[in-house]
Design a protein around this ligand. Sequence first.
Ligand code: UD1
Length: 418
Amino acid sequence: MDQFVITGGNRLVGEVEISGAKNAALGILSAALLVHGPCRIENVPNIADVRIFLNVAQKIGAVVEKVDEKAFYINSSGINSGQAVFSELRNIRSSYYLLGALICKTKCVEIPLPGGCNIGARPIDQHIKGFEALGAKVHLGAEKMTLSADKLIGTQIYMDVVTVGATINLMMAAVLADGVTVLENAAREPHIVDVANFLNMMGANIKGAGTNRIRITGVKELTGGKTYSIIPDQIEAGTFMIAAAATGGDVYIRNIIPEHMDPLCAKLIEMNVNITQEDDWIRVVRNKELMPTDVITLPYPGFPTDLQPQMGALMCLSNGECKITETIFENRLQYTDQLKKMKAKIKVDGNVAVIKGVGKLSGATVKALDLRAGAAMIIAGLFATGQTRVQNIEYIDRGYEEIEVKLNKLGANISREL
Ligand code: UD1
């Protein structure tokens, strides 16, 4: 299996272009299955999760045509089956979006039970509760789940927890339902707004995406013939920002929406990192000692759980004691054991990690336990002394486009070995 070999110690300097957002892409490519006629989707990241999804879309009858490295035409007019129990779907979390995307079209959708990164129990009870409220029947088997409904009828759905996946899934299902659906306590992440903007461009009637109350008035059909560009990946951007800070670097992060980075910028500034920004870029310069800070992960606009492990790696360099409280996924501090192999000083108690800054880490062989934990290992390897081997990098490839190529352009020394 592939691994990254990193020789630490190089400052990152220069410019990096951020790709389209993984989580928005997976939502929008799913939403494209609702559309009658071809639509052109741009700024699609070339990552494993997207490739798997496009492959499955074709297997169920969508026509996918690659325009260039970042753009695709998708024509879903020919989809007549919701049977998507393909084994490759087991590995991606967003397979559940097929439920919301296809239910009104095919009346019955069958998928393998959703997998994804092992970062916690990751229940889907809120998805199920919402589909049932809309009038669908859900059948959970040992390996697969089936959703069926002759038609969906709009209703009010209160979500007990703030969940990105259920918000997007139920929003998609409600687009072609009869009448009005109101999602209460909805998640507010930028990719929810992006999926809603895409659907509205294709003819949906969604209001309030980006707030905690989304109102969807059902329409008869969505029609294609339009072009939509996916928003930049705030988590990829954040990963490069943290990597720049960790290496005492000077990096322009380009093609981003700076306001999506506010929670991270606030923390980096607290740590003594210099941040400047314009319309679509942020410059990160770190030339002073890193001060300690505390982070609590929260739904947007709180600090994103998907940047928590990368922040944990950076905190190892601070000149004091930092605290992380992980409130979204219970297994998301497991990566700290890997950092300890690199001589980090971290104590974990439940969902709290206390990280004592040690000024540097030592290269070691570590594992990418999941996608973002893998990014944290890379960052640690970039500033550690000596060589770091990061194993299990298939997790990293799921969500980062050519991360080693982008890092090497900034001056890192990282290679992919078989
Ligand atoms: C999405 C993102 C993931 C990110 C996460 C939180 C995708 C493909 N993945 O994951 O990168 O880390 O949002 O920002 O977009 N929950 C329930 N019941 C449910 C659904 C969720 O209790 O039915 C809980 C989860 O266990 C978790 C919290 O709600 O504690 C948030 O989960 P959710 O926002 O749904 O995460 P995902 O959509 O799986």
